[in-house]
Write a new protein. Structure first.
Length: 414
């Protein structure tokens, strides 16, 4: 296909820039707003085209040369060609646009960014046959370093040849914030060791067990304690333990700031609800502001670790989905002055969202890994008696277009 010229206008959600040719929108990866480019159309749709850069005629002042030798090949980063400060600003603008598209009028200048290191920040990795997947292909790239990875991960990659790495899809965790049980820094990554699951019973304290109404709350079926697969991290004044095979945030530097921010934002309350609590990482920090924390999490593997992480705090855990908790348990629960919610990428379950509205909690702190579903759910809360007090871009993944966000809402005065 013949080459064409285009001037990009703005960066859109996903990290591509958009321009027009004969009135038709064209999406150009690895470009920046305001650049004059020579492009080739790679895919034609009814209402838009996709293109690739052939030549940069006039580049943006924010463009830099990517340092990574795998950039553009690996399926991970897509913004490493942009200055770090400009990257954060573009992600902040994308979050603003997503809110605006859902009818949420919150000023761009008031969206705060929680940031950390631009390189050497990623602690969780998933290697396939010792490497990373090539962009849009099934090919495996045998990497020996990753500029985004934390030091323990890169130490492993540089010292361990691909042929000596585990085969298949394996989880890795390595961080300067990882510690042993006695608090010493763990400088080597924890590498998943596959094993069969068994049942582990978590016996509740007498104080909390009296509160249970359902048989399933007497124990949680989860992965048996396994030192080979467990990781403990020190974040601020808290220690959190989890299974390397389960979900946990990948940027300990920004996550530590986020946990402390949530603790600072929370109003002191007799009862705080942590919906979609996972292994209790946010609950541990919320417990400093609460007389009692209620955790709801459908993944009982995660709740095994939540119970361990919440040892010594006044809490109760429910091993069920948010929808089931709303239907079966919420009527017997106390009023929550504050609610922390961190739903999956698909957003809040509809019954959970309806419960939030009816709860009339004074404060809701909502964290999300998908700005589209987050904005959708926030819009409903705003239509039903809540207002936004603070919006934060959680810049967990520098050099990528991935956006996470945190929003504090308050109940409007009647």
């Amino acid at each position: 296909m013949e080459l064409q010229n285009i001037i990009t206008e703005k960066m859109v959600f996903g990290g591509n820039c958009i321009g027009k040719i004969n009135g038709k929108n064209v999406f150009v990866p690895f470009s920046l707003p305001g650049e004059k480019l020579e492009i080739r159309i790679t895919e034609q749709k009814n209402d838009y085209d996709n293109a690739e850069i052939v030549n940069i005629v006039k580049e943006s002042e924010n463009r830099i040369k990517p340092e990574c030798k795998y950039y553009g090949i690996c399926g991970g980063c897509n913004m490493m060609h942009i200055k770090a400060e400009a990257q954060t600003e573009y992600r902040r603008q994308m979050l603003f646009e997503m809110l605006k598209n859902n009818g949420i009028d919150f000023p761009l200048e008031k969206i705060q960014a929680v940031t950390g290191p631009v390189k050497g920040y990623r602690s969780r990795f998933q290697l396939t046959d010792g490497g990373l997947s090539e962009k849009r292909k099934n090919t495996i790239i045998p990497i020996d370093q990753c500029l985004c990875a934390e030091k323990p991960i890169n130490k492993y990659l540089s010292e361990t040849e691909v042929k000596f790495r585990p085969s298949g899809r394996i989880h890795f965790f390595g961080s300067e914030k990882a510690v042993t049980l006695d608090g010493k820094q763990l400088n080597t990554p924890v590498i998943e060791k596959p094993q069969e699951k068994t049942v582990q019973k978590i016996i509740q304290s007498k104080k909390s067990s009296k509160k249970y109404k359902f048989k399933e709350n007497k124990y949680f079926a989860g992965t048996a304690a396994s030192p080979e697969n467990e990781v403990t991290v020190q974040l601020s004044d808290k220690k959190l333990t989890f299974d390397v095979r389960g979900f946990f945030q990948s940027n300990m530097f920004v996550f530590e700031k986020t946990c402390c921010l949530i603790r600072d934002l929370l109003i002191p309350s007799d009862n705080i609800l942590d919906m979609y609590s996972g292994c209790g990482s946010l609950s541990v920090f919320a417990s400093d502001k609460a007389g009692k924390v209620t955790l709801v999490e459908h993944n009982r593997d995660a709740l095994v670790f939540a119970e361990r992480n919440m040892t010594g705090t006044n809490h109760i855990s429910y091993g069920m989905s948010g929808e089931n908790w709303v239907k079966n348990c919420s009527p017997t629960c106390p009023h929550f002055d504050a609610i922390v919610i961190d739903p999956p990428r698909s957003g809040m379950e509809r019954p959970v969202l309806d419960y939030l509205i009816k709860s009339k909690a004074l404060q809701i702190i909502s964290m999300s890994c998908d700005p589209a579903t987050h904005a959708r759910d926030l819009a409903k809360l705003l239509r039903n008696g809540y207002e936004i007090k603070n919006v934060y871009l959680l810049d967990f993944y520098p050099n990528t277009s991935h956006i996470e966000s945190l929003v504090e809402l308050r109940k409007k005065s009647d």
